[in-house]
Design a protein around this ligand. Structure first.
Ligand SMILES: Cc1cc2nc3c(=O)[nH]c(=O)nc-3n(C[C@H](O)[C@H](O)[C@H](O)COP(=O)(O)OP(=O)(O)OC[C@H]3O[C@@H](n4cnc5c(N)ncnc54)[C@H](O)[C@@H]3O)c2cc1C
Length: 281
């Protein structure tokens, strides 16, 4: 548990951080809740850490007309307690409040969680369900990647070497949209063994623009097109939900570990799809 030696740098701006990250062997450090354990176990041996946690321009929450923007270094605790987030899409605040324990929520960041892309992390499913765009800075400028294209596999994302997530843009739709997140959590860490984030327009008592996203189920978070299609245009009631939830995670290659077998994860996907969708009613 003793890390190899590394240099520690604390830039004051995104520009300065990007310059430091262009050095070979440099890696961003945010809350450190995923990176530091990996360094202590020598699973990761960066030559230098670029501590982005105190860059003010990365730590904010802004609601502007139809968009909620959250800076990458904003902590889970800050999201959980933001009136702007609660007023825009309440699921995000509730989900953030169920990540880990107070120490994790006070140090861990939204950007760090997305970049790390743990297959059991809560944020990826929520970002997929809200149709978020991940804004990424690099020495040439910046680019936006839809959440659906960002998570690419087991701890794999669209981030390239030396790039930094700066913020996440979340459309806040008009109309009668509701959202919910339900998870079966590992009791010690609270990581999701299965987590399901849902968002839909329920105006007129009918489901439309249904988004259903899972984490914990497979090697990366994903949207469930089968459940979404089953609910599109269906009456917003318990019968439609029960029928649609039965289709959850069809054809998915389930993760299997010491917490849950593949068949058990498949069962939990149906149960938690139903619970999350029922919370919309
Ligand atoms: C005991 C414990 C319980 C936990 N429980 C949960 C849980 O219930 N649910 C859950 O979702 N998570 C959980 N976590 C993980 C936690 O949410 C971490 O905060 C998160 O995984 C990583 O965020 P971080 O800010 O700590 O990133 P770090 O550990 O600092 O970095 C993680 C990775 O992201 C990279 N990185 C960080 N920020 C950026 C950026 N802006 N741009 C590009 N790359 C970046 C780093 O280089 C590193 O590779 C838990 C962690 C612990 C230790």
């Amino acid at each position: 548990m003793i890390p190899a030696s590394f240099n520690y740098n604390r830039p004051e701006s995104v520009g300065e951080a990007l310059k430091m990250l262009s050095d070979d062997g440099a890696q961003a450090l945010a809350g450190g809740h995923s990176l530091l354990p990996a360094i202590k176990l020598r699973l990761n041996e960066p030559d230098s850490l670029v501590d982005i946690s105190r860059i003010a321009e990365l730590r904010f929450i802004k609601r502007d007309r139809g968009t909620l923007t959250i800076g990458a270094s904003t902590t889970h605790h800050e999201v959980a307690n933001s009136a702007d987030v609660k007023g825009a899409i309440s699921m995000l605040a509730e989900g953030a409040d169920h990540i880990g324990d107070p120490a994790v929520r006070n140090k861990g960041t939204l950007g760090g969680s997305l970049a790390h892309a743990d297959p059991a992390a809560d944020w990826p499913a929520m970002m997929l369900a809200v149709n978020a765009d991940v804004v990424i800075a690099n020495p040439k400028g910046s680019r936006k990647v839809a959440a659906g294209d960002f998570f690419q596999g087991f701890y794999m994302t669209a981030l390239e070497e030396g790039e930094l997530i700066t913020e996440v843009e979340i459309p806040v739709p008009a109309g009668e949209y509701r959202s919910a997140y339900a998870k079966f959590e590992q009791p010690a860490s609270r990581f999701a063994i299965v987590g399901c984030a849902v968002m839909a327009d329920v105006s007129g008592g009918t489901f439309s623009d249904v988004r259903v996203a899972f984490t914990g189920v497979a090697d990366a978070a994903f949207r469930d097109a089968g459940v979404e299609a089953a609910l599109e245009g269906a009456p917003a009631n318990a019968e439609s939900i029960a029928a649609a939830a039965e289709k959850a995670a069809a054809g998915v290659d389930f993760m299997e570990d010491h917490y849950a077998s593949a068949p058990y994860r498949g069962h939990l996907a149906k149960v938690y799809a139903k619970r999350a969708l029922m919370a919309l009613l």
